[in-house]
Design a protein around this ligand. Structure first.
Ligand code: UDP
Ligand code: MG
Length: 317
């Protein structure tokens, strides 16, 4: 294979951290080791760095980052409060100046050995390299099932997603500069990155158990994130409402016709309390749900029109 991006680039590893005091030192150690071996093999420049983004942690995470940053290859970015994983990651991406950027979670679930393969793919000409989890044996059956269902749902809605890829990826400077042109405030990087195009590659890895600590993505945050993915990238839900509304209207038109016909042409009155009440409840439910979905989109427009800053950096060390 011809190497296209041949010279040793500077690498920035961006690590969003929220209450990660239990894993931070180990993550720092492992990433530093990898960086060193890549530098020794002349795959990356010796000025490469690790950026820990503290997403408003309430524990000792920032203190530990400050300590780690005594090492010249480690930097810390402190956000003013908790902004959420995507925005913390974005803050890191927008701050770094290196030639290639790899984003990885702090909990060591993503295999750090894949970094080397990602860089090789970059040298072969890929501007984006996606880390894809091969097996998800460490995930609960619930997580696996909901994740698969969600990928399928988004695909059906016309969203271009890489299956089993989270936010473990390499971006070239060119790809990152293109990403910066996407100005939306509600960021769902998994959906945006495939939109930038360019040559991309995939690196497979095995997803491990969290090294220590608990998931910072409880069900509530996960659901909000899932809704974000849909409303940011697809208007299919709105269309479904329209089509459903149309069908119900047509049916009700025929019902009216039928009720009249029975009344005028037969001796019977239309019987049935159930047949009145059930559609009433059902339709009220559908209407409220539909209103809710429309509301979700409107709230999105509302937030976007404010053009508020996506994240606030307190300091960089
Ligand atoms: N994270 C963050 N801000 C948050 C929640 C999470 O920066 O509000 C970081 C967290 O420290 C970790 C990454 O995002 O590095 C992924 O979180 P986690 O591993 O808890 O999610 P899971 O793997 O359980 O989906
Ligand atoms: Mg994790």
């Amino acid at each position: 294979m011809d190497l296209i991006n041949n010279s040793a680039p500077t690498l920035a590893v961006v690590v969003p951290c929220y209450n990660e005091e239990e894993v931070l030192c180990e993550t720092s150690k492992r990433l530093s080791t990898i960086l060193l071996s890549l530098i020794n093999d002349k795959l990356i420049d010796s000025n490469s760095k690790i950026y820990f983004v503290d997403d408003g942690s309430r524990d000792n995470t920032w203190k530990l980052i400050e300590k780690e940053s005594q090492n010249s290859s480690i930097r810390g970015i402190k956000l003013s409060r908790n902004h959420g994983h995507q925005k913390a990651l974005l803050a890191g991406l927008m701050t770094v100046t290196e030639d290639i950027i790899i984003s990885i979670d702090a909990d060591l679930q993503d295999d750090t050995n894949a970094i080397r393969e990602m860089i090789i793919k970059y040298q072969e000409g890929c501007e984006v390299v996606y880390g894809v989890r091969d097996k998800r044996e460490t995930d609960t059956a619930f997580k696996k099932l909901t994740a698969q269902g969600y990928y399928k749902l988004l695909e059906k809605m016309g969203v271009d997603l890489i299956y089993n890829h989270a936010d473990y990826r390499l971006l070239s400077r060119k790809a990152l500069d293109t990403l910066k042109e996407f100005n939306e405030i509600n960021v769902f990087l998994r959906g945006i990155v495939p939109l930038i195009g360019y040559q991309s590659g995939i690196v497979h890895y095995e997803r491990k158990e969290r090294f220590a600590g608990e998931s910072k993505y409880p069900l509530k945050k996960m659901l909000a994130f899932a809704a974000e993915g849909i409303t940011s990238f697809s208007n299919v839900p709105l269309r479904i409402i329209t089509i459903f509304g149309l069908c119900v209207s047509v049916v009700s038109f025929f019902m009216i016709f039928w009720v009249f016909a029975v009344r005028v042409f037969t001796e019977e009155a239309v019987p049935g309390w159930a047949s009145t009440m059930i559609p009433m409840f059902f339709l009220s439910g559908v209407q409220l749900l539909s209103l809710g979905i429309v509301g979700e989109y409107i709230s999105k427009i509302y937030m976007e029109t404010k053009r508020r800053p996506k994240y606030i950096i307190e300091k960089i060390i």
